[in-house]
Design a protein around this ligand. Sequence first.
Ligand SMILES: Nc1ncnc2c1ncn2[C@@H]1O[C@H](COP(=O)(O)OP(=O)(O)OP(=O)(O)O)[C@@H](O)[C@H]1O
Length: 894
Amino acid sequence: MTKHQRDDKAFELGKIDSSDSMPQRGGARSYQVVNDGTDDQFILYGYSRSVARTIIAWIFIVLTVGFLRLVFYWKPHWFLRCCCTRADLAVAQYVLLKDRYQQWYVETVLIINTNPNSAHSNDSRNFVSTNPSSCDSLSERQQADDPDSHRYFINKRWRYVWEEAEYKFKKILGIEENVKCEYFSQIRPLTVEQRAQKKIIYGENSISLRLTPILHLLIREVLSPFYIFQLFSCLSWFLDEYVAYASCIMFITVVSVIVTLREVRKNERALRDTVHQSEVTTVVIYNSETNEEEQRDIISEDLVPGDIIIIRGSTTMQCDAALLNGNVIVNESMLTGESIPVTKVQIPYYQSSSDHSALNQTFDIREHNRFILFSGTSVIQTRYYGAGDVRAMVLRTAFGTAKGELVRSILYPKPVDFKFNTDTYRYVGGMALIAFGGMIFSMVLRIIRREPVSVIIKRTVDIITIAVPPALPAALSAGLVYAQNRLKKDNIFCISPRSINICGSINTVVFDKTGTLTEDGLDLQCVVPIIRTYNTTNDPRQVQFGSEITEVTNLNWREDEAQSMIIVCMAACHTLTRINGELAGDPLDLKMLAFTQYELYEPAANEQSNFDTLFPTIVRPINTPKDVASPLGRFSGSVSSLIAGNIPFEIGIVRQLPFSSSLQRTSVIVRILTKDSFDLLTKGSPEKIAELSRPETIPKNFNDILSSYAKQGYRVLALAYKPLELNYVKIQRIEREKVENDLIFLGLVIMENRLKPQTEGVLKILSNANIRTIMCTGDNMLTALSVARDCDMIPDDAKIIVIEATESNRTPTFTYAQVFNRRVKEVSYDLNSHRLIELDRRSPYHFAISGKSFQIVRDEHPELLHRLCVRGTVFARMLPEQKQQLIETLEELG
Ligand SMILES: Nc1ncnc2c1ncn2[C@@H]1O[C@H](COP(=O)(O)OP(=O)(O)OP(=O)(O)O)[C@@H](O)[C@H]1O
């Protein structure tokens, strides 16, 4: 085994880690692992040209009449290995990349000058710094040679630059990487000079896709192995006077090539037109001579990371940017597919240096996404404080942005059609093998019969052209075009015809529940408040669930202050907003607000309207007189007495802590106009709210009541609140984890979980096509199981086995869902004997598992994971990352 092969093997086995692979100064190692642990992970080898090897390679190319060159065209890494020698990455002229899907790429190492005044600097081929603050350090590092010259290569639109200090290639990252949050408390606009340098470093902010010239497309298509074989077959038929048949095949092939090229061109054009956008943006520039800020309008292509831009209403973001001040309402449907207005709030670290723990956190674009405006999303409305502008700082540009990543995933999809391709090659290979046997047999026979050499050659070649169908590529392209047209009739537009083949091999479809299988806007069935009673003997407060309330007027305000807080919580705990006068937001929040008979009032909700810190979004009972807003604290007494006495009052939403799937809750901090303190209102999954609430405020039969509703398929949310003894400034800055605890539990809200009219039909079609369906939801297990039964994802006669692993008992247990706590006898799981799951294969059973148990199985019993996924139908309370892990496991299963 050569060293190269050993490295490959180690990479496949995951034995090369980043520290191991780090090349050493002096060139002892000539490979490295890049993007360790990500989908983009690859191993990188350095190569340098060798004149002797190149000459030898070309001699062989000539000897094979160019056929070897054709093989090298198909396998460029063979060509590289034949013409070059392994070299230290610090001096390599070429790099050979092998990704985790065993695909090879050959890239040329380029050199660029980053000095804006240099005659050699060239905007379009610039490289990008790996760190926002590294421009200066890069220059220092490389002063020995030309400090402005840097080596880099491009792969899949990412740029990788040679970092001399670390002695390795590093992917160019945006500003958000490797910075602490305090970075945002120190920023100021860039000067013209800094912008010029950054423009050279980061290049143009454009996701531009150039159309491949027709000639290139033609060569690429015609030189594919299938077409070459076809050409070879037709030539042999012509020589054999098989003219009519050969002409027909040639004609079909030419038509198929033309149709394919036309489709490819059309797709390229469609993708280019879809992704390419340009807008005029106002950027703030620091004038170092006058020490003042200036505003300039520039085209978005000229934006660079670090720029401070001004956001004005109704625009589409052309970069990823962190919001520095004001609030912005955006539609992120381009990224998430959900057309719900999302409120982005200013990054709290900007112009603040008081909260040191927050400042020391590492900035993470996923974790802090509520402060980030993503490229491609549309800004619906902007609001700002006082006379200021809504400002944002550009973090990532071009292909580094969220939109850029999306486009990259279209351009360079994961090779998921791998099986289809291997099957095709296997089939052709099998046929070729049979043909080869036939060829030998025919050749031997004809030699024995002493037939002329020309006849022997013709007949022998003939066999292979018959056994391997040369019209296969033409037939495949024709099939694709036909399929594409059929899809068009159903209004399904396909920009990548290759994906149609992939769809043909789909055997599992994973659905989420809410908004996909069930309706988005769920009807509110009832509210189950908790009531407090007093045990007269030893007097501790007792909490228990009250009866179901279907009309808001039936809530008993006088009973308890907490009962009044239910209405306050349902009315104010959301992120609804008014857009052009219309209330917009999560349909669930809209339904709850409607139930309370409160209205949302935004003092100045016009586009770019100012809003004052003392004048936040307000909710109040419908028909509240307009002048109630002043003065604060006009009424005294409890909220329950206000509501019960029909005294008009308002609730000001001071801070929103938006919903996140992983947190399973939404919170707001409000000030009720009677109180001189703030309250935290929280709404979320019952399990999460119970976890965050004080135990003494939760009724003892909480689990039983929750299960009884969930079993009937209701979607259940819980409400809680907490009075806060904090001042306004602290309220604005405090981290959500520090306030969302010790809550007072208020009750449950029961929502109807109606199936969409088309759900059952679609599931039936899939089941008839032998396609497995899986539900992967963030909702409660029992609710999910009930919905799975209702929509026939799990038929009535099938058994459901719940797999559970807990922190205390990490060995999975198996119980029947129908008969609570009955252990499943047919299943055995014995770690020692490696007897995993033994169950009658013919009996129809489905596994169901919750996110927490899934995580434990994945971490501690990976050997069980595949079996679990093969029979798993319901995955409930799954966090977003667990949903992704499930899909990846299913992909692994093929
Ligand atoms: N707007 C909201 N405010 C507060 N809590 C919510 C809100 N929306 C959902 N939840 C709670 O958070 C849980 C997780 O939500 P998530 O969006 O991950 O999944 P889901 O909406 O229940 O279902 P699915 O994954 O099928 O879409 C929900 O089950 C619900 O209890």
